[in-house]
Design a protein around this ligand. Sequence first.
Ligand SMILES: Cc1ncc(COP(=O)(O)O)c(C=O)c1O
Length: 500
Amino acid sequence: MKESQISKNPFASELREYVQEEKTFYCMPGHKQGVGAPTFLKNIWGEKVFSYDITEVNRSDVLAYPKKEILHAQKRAASIMGAARTWFLVNGSSVGIHAILGALVKPGEKVLVHRECHKAVLMGLVFSGAVPIYLEPVPNLPEWAYGSVDIQKVEELLVKHEIKLVLVTSPNYYGISLDISRIAEICHEHDALLFVDEAHGTHFSFHDRFPTQALRAGADYVVQSMHKTLGGLYQTALLHSAGNSDFFDERVDNMLSMLQSTSPSALFLMSIDAALTEVHEKGEELYGNLIEMLDTLRSQLNNSKFGVVDPPDGILAAGNFVSYDPCKIIFRSISMDEVNLIELKDALSESYGIEIELAEDDHMLLTLSLADAMDLEKTKKNLIRFSDTIEKLFTEGVGYVEEQDDFVDHRELPIFELTPRDAFYSPKVRKPISEAVHEISASMVCIYPPGYPLIIPGERINEAAIHTIYHDHGKGFTIIGITEDADELYIDIIEEPQTK
Ligand SMILES: Cc1ncc(COP(=O)(O)O)c(C=O)c1O
């Protein structure tokens, strides 16, 4: 069936009809359209939502082997997004990443992976057994320019190793996007497939002021979260193929049927279907209005303590970035002194009911979406209020750091001794991190935000990483992969055979 012949919301519409009919359930789910659902939840959610929490009932389609409405909905999504094939995902972009690493590379084959990737990539490597070659970022760029790529280095690594797959993240958390067309060209010259983690760029297709979507720029496979910037429920995502290999597409089919639940809730699938329909119909106009408003407002948001950062061309070029998402706003503290913006973030949440995307050492990030385009006047008023509030809080001393420390984030290049998979299956012991320097890590340590791995399982822990952990722990960042007990921090390391 052609996309033009497929109705809007094919899956969501079918489910609506199904649910409207009176039925007696002698089948799963246990709550039977909400009748047996917890009263507490019925009182706060209402009963209706449960009636759609069904899966693969008679008449409806099967996610792993779609033949009817799910197939139509996926075909429609592919056509909207410019893909040859699209799969609906119910365990986020994470499961798409795992499926790609399982499908496109065999155990022992090499994959070029950006060091500053999402942890789902490293977990995917444990699962797939592919051997990572790590691509280091360009040094000395600001934190918000993470995920930068040295194109020459990519070429050198592709010449040096027989690499089957290259995996990069674009855009990064801050909406800053790599030169995917150039990277795709190089990958294809060396017979490597390119997979782009575009978890934060699902909306890029819907206005030409956004960076070019990775699939249109030449990537072979792309994953996008529906919940991060569009209206999908949490856990929903899309995986796209450019259609360059039926063989690999079939492997992806098989991997996804292995990794995804056999009971995907229709709530997830309906939300993907309906959210795509809505943004397809209204996105261009709504994003256009929002971007236009933000273009004029950005400079008015500067105050005496914080300035709005428009990533400078020099930094973009140095990191092989080409553009950025105008719906992200980075507020950077003007004084170069150390500040504690985690404290400011907490104060915004607790005293003003303002939740922001992230606070880092010297900057904060706000993410705007279609929701903010619904009432532009309100969005504008709220952003001005936000700017005034952070200035006021900072002037009152919230986030002020009395004792400056001498922390310099000079990451040393780590030495990789084991693959993440070998590290995962090796015997391990827990050690205080003060004694862990030069040991091989069994843990993946990620500092949130933005959450890319500081220490990868299988690498030798260096002093710079330990220093960063102490520093960021002291400032209140969330650190995963570290255990805290009686004021000491612990990390799992590989038990190495003792040499005499
Ligand atoms: C760059 C990146 N990739 C992948 C993911 C995983 O996405 P999901 O939460 O949809 O599984 C995230 C989540 O934060 C991310 O930031």
